[in-house]
Ligand binder design. Sequence first.
Ligand code: IMP
Ligand code: MG
Length: 185
Amino acid sequence: MKNNSLYNDVLRTLFSKEEIADAIKVMAQKIVDDYADKKPVMVCILKGASLFFTDLIRQIDLPITIDFMAISSYGSSTETSGNVRILKDLDMDVKDQDVIVVEDIIDSGLTLSYIKEALKSRGVKSIKIATLLDKPSRRKVELSADYFGFEVPNEFVVGYGLDYDEKYRNVPEICVLKPSVYNKQ
Ligand code: IMP
Ligand code: MG
């Protein structure tokens, strides 16, 4: 392996490109069935969900619109603090809209419960959550996804949009990061 290969820091691969693509197809079909007569606004939570979002929306043959939101949460390097702040807000007015929030992973649930409340207060008609990954064992608030791809164990994962310290987002698979990478800091 090259000296600077990202895979030097990978413990093991959890989900391959093919498994991810298959899971997205299944989720997309469910969304198409549930929103058959609707025009949902699909909201990508930057940056982690960006790869998942672009693959997911290409499989949805409905008159959707898209928008983006960026959130920051201060905390330790591998944990959310709950101090959530909107860094980039939606361009669209979502009042009376059917919104689907697309996220990379639900861990404590703090980020998404904040986003959900923020969007509800704007008068959305409905709001659902689509997440590629779910770590239910780590939940601090009650929150569940309406659509999810995979459940993951209590390990820190990277790739397919997910980062550690802004790295590894471009790894095409979902991988467990070697704990030595974040423990040495
Ligand atoms: P929550 O607010 O604790 O649910 O955290 C959600 C956010 O934390 C996600 O959008 C991710 O950015 C980040 N996160 C949580 N777990 C992981 C992980 O295993 N790998 C990479 N990012 C993670
Ligand atoms: Mg994120």
